[in-house]
Design a protein around this ligand. Structure first.
Ligand SMILES: NC(=O)c1ccc[n+]([C@@H]2O[C@H](COP(=O)([O-])OP(=O)(O)OC[C@H]3O[C@@H](n4cnc5c(N)ncnc54)[C@H](OP(=O)(O)O)[C@@H]3O)[C@@H](O)[C@H]2O)c1
Length: 281
């Protein structure tokens, strides 16, 4: 399937390129999605779907008022550019969303029908972008959490810290499940190629719900690193960080809607083992 991948050098964009071998993959230099004219005049010949992974993803950076315009340009206004192009060329649009659109106060995993209540500037912009994508009839809003791919991410940070420090402190009062970018890419491929009904889908790895501290312990155990994890509260972690963004205490997404399409997400523990094999090869 020939898809257009925007933001192609990001974690999700790179993973999608391994799953969609015939993709037209463009980074910001090749297609800045904030440019209405550039998006409208792009060559869509032969393209069968648009997958937008481009976003302003620095969650704390987005809290800086100086970043506001840049955040909204890519996470909100640009989504309309892509919707317009998708509509004009009658293409499905896949848009990636985030668990951060929820406030995290619910104890149960969030379903696709739960009401967003974004708390940070990043989350507000993502929720606004989702709302634009959702107005287009042929949309898949794919909601991921804690993405781990080829880029800066929690597992890579833990591998670095765990190999140099005997003990580290990690936030223990936010829980959820990681989404390995390769598995996310496979799920997007499944939705498109199986012509799943349009709409919003939660897509994370399956497996036990964990805190960041527990995930760090799992990384150290799997990577055989002798590093102890001390539990830290979000409030403690935020101290001294002027632009620290609030994060949901519960980021867990319910996967049953995706499961009903026939797409079963692997347990994150298996995905972590596979990821570490590649990282340590
Ligand atoms: N990372 C997570 O934990 C997480 C969790 C849930 C959901 N998500 C969502 O998943 C999606 C992909 O995230 P990711 O982790 O792959 O992010 P990422 O690694 O930061 O990649 C985002 C990419 O978008 C590009 N980009 C930024 N502005 C652009 C523009 N105006 N035009 C074209 N490209 C632009 C960036 O290029 P530059 O490097 O040039 O800026 C970067 O390559 C995003 O929608 C994000 O909100 C991420």
């Amino acid at each position: 399937m020939k898809v257009l991948i925007t933001g192609a050098q990001g974690q999700v964009g790179k993973a999608l390129q391994t799953v969609f071998a015939d993709a037209v993959a463009v980074d910001r230099q090749e297609l800045d999605i904030t440019g209405a004219q550039a998006v409208a005049s792009f060559d869509y010949a032969g393209i069968e779907a648009i997958i937008n992974t481009a976003a302003y993803t620095n969650v704390d950076g987005a809290q800086d008022p100086a970043a506001h315009d840049a955040v909204w340009a890519v996470n909100v206004t640009a989504v309309q550019n892509l919707v317009d192009a998708a509509q004009k060329h009658s293409l499905p649009l896949v848009h990636i969303s985030t668990d951060y659109v929820f406030d995290g106060s619910q104890s149960e995993p969030y379903s696709e029908d739960d009401m967003p209540n974004p708390q940070s500037e990043y989350a507000k912009s993502k929720a606004a972008g989702d709302a634009i994508a959702a107005r287009y009839s042929h949309h898949y809003i794919v909601r991921a959490s804690w993405v781990i791919g080829d880029g800066t991410n929690f597992v890579r940070t833990m591998l670095k810290l765990g190999s140099t420090k005997p003990e580290i402190s990690v936030v223990a009062d936010q829980k959820g499940r990681p989404t390995f970018a390769n598995d996310l890419a496979k799920a997007i491929h499944f939705l498109l190629t199986h012509h799943a009904p349009y709409g919003t889908y939660n897509v994370t790895n399956d497996g036990p719900v964990v805190s960041w501290a527990e995930l760090a312990e799992a990384v150290f155990a799997a990577a055989k690193l002798d590093c102890k994890v001390q539990a830290l509260s979000t409030a403690e972690y935020a101290q001294g960080k002027p632009h620290f963004a609030p994060r949901p205490a519960n980021s867990t997404l319910n996967l049953s809607k995706l499961g009903k399409t026939g797409m079963i997400m692997p347990d994150w523990r298996e995905a972590l083992t596979e990821y570490l094999q590649k990282e340590q090869a």
